[in-house]
Design a protein around this ligand. Sequence first.
Ligand SMILES: NC(=O)c1ccc[n+]([C@@H]2O[C@H](COP(=O)([O-])OP(=O)(O)OC[C@H]3O[C@@H](n4cnc5c(N)ncnc54)[C@H](OP(=O)(O)O)[C@@H]3O)[C@@H](O)[C@H]2O)c1
Length: 276
Amino acid sequence: MTVLVLGGTGFLGRFLCAELRRQGAVVLSASRRGAGDLTVDLTASVNLTAELSEMMSGVDVVVNLVGLSPIRGYSRSEYLAVQYRGALAAAAAAAAAGVVRLVHVSALGVHRHSAAPYARSKALARRALLPPSAAPRPPQVIIPELALLTGHEGEIARSLRRLAGVARAFGFAIPVPLPRFSTLFQPVAVEDAARRIAGLALEGKGRDTVGVTVEIVGPRVLSMSAIAAEYLEAHNVPVFYLPRQFTPPLVWLLSRIPLPGFPRHLDEMLALRSTG
Ligand SMILES: NC(=O)c1ccc[n+]([C@@H]2O[C@H](COP(=O)([O-])OP(=O)(O)OC[C@H]3O[C@@H](n4cnc5c(N)ncnc54)[C@H](OP(=O)(O)O)[C@@H]3O)[C@@H](O)[C@H]2O)c1
């Protein structure tokens, strides 16, 4: 079976391509900057569907992992171009190329009325790829809704490592907003998510339907503060909890001031409506 992984050079993509190969698939990895087997930019408008369709010739399954980070502060139009219009172009190209199955990776907790443009563009793509939408797409469409991924090379772990390094160097404790802060996550290890998505790509989902969503979550529900505190304490960095009323201004401030270790636009991520 030949699988094309769009976004195959990213954090999840590298694990997924390795897992698919381990399970015997022929894997083609594509990305924007050309680090994979193929290069494609899902925002390039001229002939995109035709270019993608040619790339998909002979491919059985397409997995679309292309996405923009919710905490790097892209514009609303950039999120829409990549995560909505790009996703629809990929689905249309897959349909035109005779691809049997599309696995379109989305995120848990996204909603089209969400405050975060990242989440809105993801939710729009999900709606457009599921019935009753008539958008062109392959006969089988599976939409995994991923919780926050954990792993050494993940964005959150990298940010916290940098922060822990600074804290250790200057010998200070890290203020952490109270764990009761409302946005909750069910983090899942990137290896586990890759295994689950590889299974969906290679075997489908039961009696395949035109569209089905599958939640991919870890065993524990945690706030971002609890995730940060666990990670920092495990790296021998003392933390202290801030009173609850300081949480919104702190998150607002950290989202706008470039501090070493803290992802910018943290508030975008925390604007996801429910457990993600
Ligand atoms: N990481 C998480 O915690 C998490 C949680 C929920 C859902 N997800 C979703 O899972 C998917 C994979 O996430 P990830 O963490 O692996 O993301 P990532 O590390 O940022 O990788 C994104 C991939 O998309 C490619 N890409 C970005 N813009 C592109 C464009 N315009 N055209 C073509 N390719 C483009 C990147 O290629 P270049 O590097 O060449 O630009 C890269 O290969 C995304 O859809 C993400 O929203 C992730």
